[in-house]
Write a protein that binds this ligand. Sequence first.
Ligand code: ZN
Length: 115
Amino acid sequence: MICVHCDYEFDPKGTLKQLAGGKINECAACVEELGTETAIKYLGCASSDGKMGGISILAFESNDARESYREAWNNNSGMNIGKQAALNGTNTPMSGMKFKQMGENFGNSNHKGKL
Ligand SMILES: [Zn+2]
């Protein structure tokens, strides 16, 4: 495909284009240079509930808010450090962070009929 801005031929399914976003007829370099990608990607947060992996899909108002939530979530949920996250006293505060929940999937807490 030929870029509408710079006439450069690019692969619309290539990794760079997929990461950069933007309109289908804009190459990745032009999307970044012109700032045409305005959407803020959803954030998927993995957790666990009983024996099942859970996931929450969240929407944020800005990329900064998304990034700070993601860092806090990864720190507090134990990514790369395991159970130490629940035991240490340096968890990142997550109160007051604004987001909208777009979807979730959790295990049934009434597993096998037990309370
Ligand atoms: Zn271009």
